[in-house]
Design a protein around this ligand. Structure first.
Ligand code: HEM
Length: 209
């Protein structure tokens, strides 16, 4: 769960950085999308590096979901009655939020790929250029709403997930180290949420024409 989760964190930060290219203009964004496909050519065929990344992400997703459902069913078998202590109630809430937040992110991912990658869902017109798809979509308030909800769910997931991954990997060797881990989790979650939400809101409010 921890290792596949950290692979996602790396991808998410890179993806967020890539999206910010839209502030450099539509041409720069399209050039960046094209470069992703030309990565490592001619050693790999056109689009080859992107396919390797997709396969790694898909394998990580299968591993992450398998681990989640295994833990889910193990937790369900371990305890049928309610806990009386309030701290336990809080951790039960967090684990429920992680599970349902994860399911929501999975559903969002299906929508997201149909929207931006395959162009099956067209929100505000049909465009070949990835930048034009991005800008036209986020001129629509409810599209910004869907992406905002998904990014907030991602932020919540990261907040606990990064911290949990650090604990699993044994990074909490002292109280100070555990505190640093908590700060790192908050930083990663905040940077992700702000970085992902900047382009949609800048487009909605006409800052990016
Ligand atoms: C405001 C938020 C987001 C925007 C504007 C955005 C935008 C995009 C765009 C434009 C593409 C297509 C790139 C191309 O084909 O050239 C893409 C691909 C992708 N996005 Fe996002 N994204 C956002 C959030 C997310 C989130 C939160 C996740 C993960 C939970 C995510 C996961 C992916 C994945 C996995 C792909 C690659 C799909 C593929 O090519 O196979 N994105 N995104």
């Amino acid at each position: 769960m921890a290792i596949t989760g950290l692979i996602f964190v790396g991808f998410i930060l890179a993806h967020m950085y890539g999206n910010l290219m839209i502030f450099a203009g539509e041409e720069a964004f399209d050039e960046y999308a094209e470069h992703l496909r030309e990565l490592l050519t001619p050693m790999l065929p056109y689009g080859g590096a992107l396919w390797i990344l997709r396969i790694v992400l898909l394998a990580s997703l299968v591993g992450h979901a398998y681990a989640a459902f295994a833990l889910w069913s193990r937790a369900g078998k371990a305890r049928k009655s309610r806990y009386a202590v309030s701290g336990v109630a809080k951790s039960l809430f967090v684990s429920k939020a992680m599970r349902w937040g994860g399911v929501a992110l999975l559903l969002f991912l299906v929508f997201h790929i149909l929207h931006f990658t395959t162009n099956t869902i067209q929100i505000n017109g049909d465009f070949d250029s990835p930048a034009a798809r991005l800008v036209s979509s986020f001129e629509v308030w409810w599209a910004v709403g869907i992406y905002t909800l998904a990014v907030l769910a991602l932020g919540m997931h990261l907040l606990h997930g990064v911290w949990g991954a650090g604990m699993t990997l044994g990074l909490n060797t002292s109280i100070a180290a555990a505190e640093r881990l908590r700060i790192a989790a908050v930083l990663i979650a905040v940077v992700t949420v702000v970085g992902f939400l900047l382009p949609p809101f800048a487009i909605l409010f006409g800052i990016i024409p």
